[in-house]
Design a protein around this ligand. Sequence first.
Ligand code: BDR
Ligand code: CA
Length: 325
Amino acid sequence: MPSTTAPGTSPRRVLHDCDPGHDDAIAIMLAIADPSIDLIAVTTVAGNVTLEHTTNNALRVLDLLGRGDIPVAAGRAAPRVRDLSTAAVMHGESGLAGPLPVTPSSGPSELTALEMIEQVLTEATEPITLVATGPLTNMADVVEQLPHLHHMIRELVIMGGAVELGNWTPAAEFNIWVDPDAADIVFRAGCVPGGERTGIPLTMIGLEVTHRAWLTDEHADALRGTGDVGQFVAELLDHFVGFHQDRFGWEGAPIHDAVTIAHLIDPTLVTTLPMNVQVETESALCIGRTVADRWSVTGQPANAAVGIDIDRNRFVTMLLDRLSP
Ligand code: BDR
Ligand code: CA
């Protein structure tokens, strides 16, 4: 069943910062398909692949959805301090391996990502939700350069980090590992959504959650032929599921980034706990680790709501519903 907004409430206005990427692309599609979300702008960052590719991919996905009216603004082309390391091995050189390449019909905004975010927050009459599903390079700029507009950020929901094991190194998840210095800035600015507003309300959807949010070949086949969007997602999954089968021996592929949007659509889907999270920026072995104080052993105040579980069946049902007509 498609969700609707409660009577008398308007759709949640969301700006999505991303590095498409298979799962980023599916997150965009889910946001556009669900009536409870009003996707007002997309900003891009280098991560899975270079900024040129992530920006083209965002434009391409919006074209496919007939939503070329949603502006796309390109952000940072490299992490704050370190060189860019991509995940082309997982997403292909283009970032969207699987479907045949297509050139987007239009280009990005003349504004940078930071300028776009500043404009959106300045012009908004109600606070805006930010979703970040790539390295947090652009979001660190928002923290540092737009302090006068933080009150217009309703909350920031990120896909990144892990309480336990990493995926890109034994200690770290990819998005945080690519730009740990940016992630450090963002987590230092965070506070727990729904609690006292001492910073930017921050939700971390990490690998404990997203490794349970996977789709298989069967789901690809269920979507194939259901329409342009279903067909495109099926072709994305052909590559993405195949990679995870070959590399990890898993039956399916985690659709990490789509969980952020699913969490906004249905806040009962992901279980979260308030935790203090700090980011390791120095250790050679553990750089990019999100050190999450699951058992409150440090006495440090919680600065984020951290996802620890998801109702996978409902997540899968939501995705299949929204991605096929
Ligand atoms: C994250 O890394 C990227 O490859 C995915 O798009 C996702 O955002 C998962 O670790
Ligand atoms: Ca991503």
